[in-house]
Design a protein around this ligand. Structure first.
Ligand code: UGA
Ligand code: MN
Length: 347
């Protein structure tokens, strides 16, 4: 029909009376094209279309967001993740206490630990800096885990050995004074674990062992105490002794990495890491557990069930300080710190 009229005629025709007739005849498209050419704006019809389809789009986006939000647990990642899903019937909060201090390898150590812990649900990480202030690079690592965490600075007080004792004491006080904030709204129970920043942790240590500790859980630790593995000796499900080289007569002959205590045990006592621990021959673990009123009968051993190929879920590794090559010139002058080329390294 358009070929029969010049543009002027069409303007006149649509402008005057024929728009409604055209609509009735199903000629909307002509009106549409014509009006867009005349006035350059979308017509009412276009606006209505936009409104209609816009509403559909919004509706489907809303459904997508809702489904996505609630399907997290069933969604499978497209790549393999070094992780086991938890089948526990408890959501006990795992409270990990980590003393840390400035050294060349600290960021690397904390990064490894953060990568491991970030796979564990329902975990609050308490990190205590042995220093006067918290360090932004450490805080940044903690932020990126997505975990709830507390990061405070408490420099080792006079009389305490510089081995994390004072920092753990401060953490115990914090746990006792801020229990509900640390547990969070969805948790009534918790387990406290002292995880140093330089060990190597299997995710299953948290999901399969620590989460299930009802009073005092104990398990094997690799590369510790001058031997390849320290472990509780278990007979009929009970710990009767400890397979350790160093000081086996201790009531709890276990490294810090080899036990966790239920939060109720911590809250029912005021035990802390004192300035000395004679019963442990210098090691604080047995003193703390004895001061908490625990006995050998309270121990729940983990990971001993198999008769061979038992797995170790925590290793007492140590990151060695790298040998920094210094220039041989001007050896009489004090050695300047190595150049980091603008990168952050704690030297
Ligand atoms: C071993 C045990 O694994 C520790 O749990 C125990 O506290 C320590 O012995 C001890 O003798 O008391 P080890 O590997 O020799 O640990 O010690 P580090 O790993 O160097 O230190 C333990 C924790 O304290 C670490 O998280 C570390 O970052 C921290 N630390 C160490 C400080 O906060 N300040 C320091 O000056 C040194
Ligand atoms: Mn260590």
């Amino acid at each position: 029909m358009s070929s029969e009229y010049s543009d002027d005629v069409k303007i006149k025709v649509f402008g005057d009376k024929l728009e409604s007739q055209a609509l009735q005849k199903g000629c909307e498209e002509d009106i549409e094209k014509h009006c867009r050419r005349c006035i350059g704006y979308p017509t009412m019809r276009t606006m209505n279309k936009l409104k209609k389809y816009g509403m559909y789009t919004l509706f489907f986006m809303f459904i997508f967001v809702v489904v996505f939000q609630f399907s997290e647990d069933v969604r499978q990642p497209a790549y393999p993740v070094f992780k086991r899903s938890e089948t526990n019937h408890t959501n006990r909060m795992i409270i990990v206490v980590t003393p840390t201090y400035k050294r060349m390898t600290r960021i690397a150590d904390m990064l490894r630990m953060a990568n491991t812990l970030s796979h564990v649900k329902d975990l609050h990480w308490i990190v205590i800096e042995d220093g006067n202030k918290t360090i932004p690079a450490v805080q940044d690592i903690l932020d990126r885990t997505g975990l709830p965490y507390t990061y405070q600075a408490h420099k080792t007080a006079l009389g305490y050995p510089r081995r994390g004792w004072y920092q753990r004491t401060m953490a115990l006080k914090l746990i006792r004074s801020n229990t509900s904030q640390i547990l969070g709204q969805d948790h009534q129970e918790g387990v406290v674990y002292f995880g140093d920043d330089d060990n190597s942790y299997d995710i299953r240590l948290f999901t399969d062992y620590i989460r299930n500790v009802k009073t005092l859980g104990i398990w094997a630790v690799g590369l510790v105490g001058g031997t390849v593995v320290e472990a509780p000796k278990v007979v009929d499900g009970k710990v009767t002794a400890f397979n350790v080289k160093w000081n086996p007569k201790r009531r709890f002959a276990v490294d810090m990495a080899g036990f966790a205590v239920n939060l109720k045990v911590v809250l029912n006592s005021d035990a802390v890491f004192g300035t000395s621990c004679k019963r442990g021959g210098g090691a604080p673990e047995t003193c703390l557990l004895e001061d908490m009123g625990l006995e050998r009968e309270d121990i729940e051993p983990f990971g001993y069930e198999k008769t061979k190929d038992r797995e170790i879920f925590v290793w007492h590794t140590k990151t060695s300080t790298p040998n920094i090559v210094q220039s041989k010139k001007n050896q009489t002058k004090p050695v300047p710190p190595p150049d980091t080329f603008g990168y952050f390294v704690e030297v």
